[in-house]
Design a binder for this molecule. Structure first.
Ligand code: AHM
Ligand code: MG
Length: 337
């Protein structure tokens, strides 16, 4: 098959659109605008250190301007750019307590966008890669009015597209529309995302486990035994540990190299028995990506993509990555290993 390496992301999306006879171009417009937002965020992330020199976020810089926190900046950029395109009926963000309505003066469309504008933002200060995660759904409610919570609270398997942008040593976009997973690298000189990772497949089994082991004593017995297994000298082939503490980065590395990322439930905070990560804006999009790459995502009890969400900021235990590693994790969590 002819390689498409080097193709712009816009051409790639248009090519996929041409393969769907029912496509109207609405989705292409939506994703193109999201890419513009990500380029703006990427530029801002790259100068985060300089912004600090000029004045810390939340304070006034030497030009007497308010310096916005980078996660607020990312959130506002996405909301503003995506509000006016006429293809969305509602949005939801990790940063907003409630569903985000499209302003009254803009037309409403048939899609819903759910996103984490800047995941891992506590890592900005130390130059660690961070990212934007997104999932896109079709609206369920009829009509051309505002979308409602019903449109937003859909199970992950209903996503029509999902992906992430990673602001790292280079900026990348990784996305799926259910036709494989494709990665694009932003070439700064020309400002274009070019296809660099075509049809990404995650190894069936990996050698990496990623988890914040400082919570070991708060995990269930099954999770503890699972991590003991990964560390045991008797486990062949041996595993190695990698944990950045920035979900997009940990996920991206494991997607390319194979392995499992885990954020299990723990007993630290009785109000949060389901771990830390959010179903709608973190777990679901990455679960769709990993599935399309041949991997798997689970709560330890059931597939992430099958969860019927009950609330916007619902948290879930997350085991995600190479299929065999995640299936093994399920066995331990369920007490079968
Ligand atoms: P955030 O959305 O507030 O940035 O939190 C999510 C981040 C993830 O990127 C990362 O996987 C996790 O928190 C790390 O949490 P911990 O510090 O408990 O290991
Ligand atoms: Mg987050």
């Amino acid at each position: 098959m002819k390689s498409s390496i080097g193709m712009t992301v816009t051409e790639h999306i248009l090519k996929q659109q041409r393969e769907s006879p029912e496509a109207t171009g609405a989705f292409t417009q939506l994703i193109s605008e999201l890419i513009v937002a990500a380029k703006i965020i990427s530029r801002e992330v790259n100068k985060a250190g300089i912004a600090d020199i000029l004045g810390y976020a939340g304070h006034r810089n030497i030009q007497d301007e308010e310096v916005q926190k980078l996660d607020d900046f990312a959130n506002h950029t996405i909301i503003q750019r995506m509000s006016h395109i006429g293809q969305l009926c509602a949005m939801a963000s990790e940063e907003n307590a409630d569903i985000i309505h499209i302003p009254a003066n803009y037309p409403k469309g048939k899609y819903v966008l759910i996103f984490d504008p800047l995941d891992g933002s506590s890592n900005i200060d130390v130059n660690v890669s961070i990212g934007t995660i997104f999932g896109i759904y079709r609206r369920i409610t009829e009509g051309e009015e505002d979308g409602t919570l019903t449109d937003v609270l859909q199970a992950g398997h209903k996503q029509v597209a999902a992906g992430y942008f990673i602001y790292g040593s280079s900026t990348m976009m990784v996305y799926t529309t259910g036709k494989g997973v494709h990665g694009f690298t932003l070439f700064p000189g020309i400002g274009e995302f070019l296809l660099s990772h075509e049809d990404i497949r995650i190894p069936e089994r990996g050698k990496i486990f990623s988890v914040n082991e400082s919570y070991y004593n708060y995990w269930t017995d099954g999770v503890r035994r699972l991590v003991d297994h990964f560390k045991s000298p008797d486990t062949k082939p041996a595993y190695t540990a990698r944990y950045i503490g920035s979900l997009v980065s940990d996920f991206h590395r494991n997607l390319l190299k194979g392995g499992i990322f885990m954020y299990p439930a723990d007993t630290r905070d009785p109000k949060k028995p389901h771990g830390k990560l959010r179903l709608m804006c973190e777990a679901n999009p990455l679960a769709f990506v990993v599935k399309e790459a041949g991997g798997y995502a689970s709560t330890g009890e059931k597939p992430i993509l099958e969860i019927e969400p009950e609330e916007l900021h619902q948290r879930v235990p997350l085991f995600i990555g190479s299929r065999k590693d995640v299936e093994l994790a399920e066995k331990y969590v369920q007490g079968q290993a």
